[in-house]
Design a protein around this ligand. Structure first.
Ligand code: SAH
Length: 252
């Protein structure tokens, strides 16, 4: 059996209880060494075989899984954050289907949640934005044209931009061409939940400079939108004049 496990954003105690239990019991671990905190490997039992997928191809990863399966061993495939975002799990699952090898997916805490926590931020503030766009800038990996940062920026909603720390001049330009003000609030969160976490607040036009001033070149999320500002409406959920399924309005 192969267990795809979300490792969480960095801090070793932000893996789920289910994920940690699987790590403790498994015979083989294949972890995404470019981003998964190696401290998580301390959960591994003695004698567990550990592979770093940063140095492997898809075929090599599958070969390790296939060998383990042939020996009736359990494998944990450890992906950073939650594997459903930029995790390249689908291609592994499709090959495993072809080999008739069973697998399951154990969710994790994504870095976009870790970044919000680092900022003490709420992405969906009433009257500011009720939607979060998770995207990336086109780089060596293309992004479909209809999903350009520019086109999403037209919605003026909360944006969480992955995998784009090396392209911040372009990110700024696209955001402004899409309609964000140059001085709209933005933030860079580097290594959210790791001991070396850095939180930098800036504006849409100063993203590249802010990253440079703080020596941030990778492993960061770019957050953009009014949720980083100070204006918002109170929620209806806790409004004394608003009746919900669980609570009657006390006055109107
Ligand atoms: N599946 C992962 C994302 C993998 S893509 C998740 O759910 O978080 C890798 C990108 O995620 C990095 O380039 C960076 O943009 C972001 N990232 C991953 N971990 C991060 C962290 N702890 N802090 C900030 N950004 C992080």
């Amino acid at each position: 059996m192969i267990h795809f496990v979300g490792a969480g954003p960095g801090a070793p105690d932000l893996i789920t209880l289910r994920g940690a239990e699987l790590l403790k019991k498994t015979d083989v671990i294949i972890y995404a060494g470019s981003l998964v905190n190696p401290a998580l490997l301390q959960y591994a039992k003695p004698g567990c075989q550990v592979y770093n997928s940063a140095e492997m191809t898809l075929e090599e990863v599958i070969d390790v899984m296939k060998d383990a399966e042939a020996k009736d061993l359990d494998t944990v495939r450890l992906h950073t954050g939650d594997a459903s975002l930029y995790g390249a799990i689908r291609e592994q699952m499709d090959l495993l289907d072809g080999l008739e090898i069973e697998y399951e997916d154990v969710p994790g805490v994504s870095s976009f949640s870790g970044a919000a926590a680092a900022l003490n931020a709420e992405y969906t503030l009433p009257d500011v934005s009720q939607s979060v766009v998770i995207t990336r800038m086109a780089g060596r990996t293309p992004v479909p044209e209809k999903e350009s940062i520019r086109s999403f920026a037209e919605h003026d909603c909360t944006m969480v931009i992955f995998l784009s720390t090396g392209l911040l001049e372009e990110v700024s330009r696209e955001l402004m061409e899409g309609g964000y003000d140059a001085d709209a609030p933005a933030a860079i969160v580097y290594k959210a939940t790791w001991p070396e976490e850095k939180v930098v607040r800036c504006t849409v036009s100063t993203l590249a400079q802010a990253a440079k001033d703080n020596g941030i070149t990778k492993t960061a999320l770019i957050l953009v939108g009014g949720f980083l500002g100070s204006e918002y409406e109170r929620s209806k959920l806790y409004d004394p004049t608003f009746t919900t399924e669980f609570r009657k309005a006390s006055h109107s």
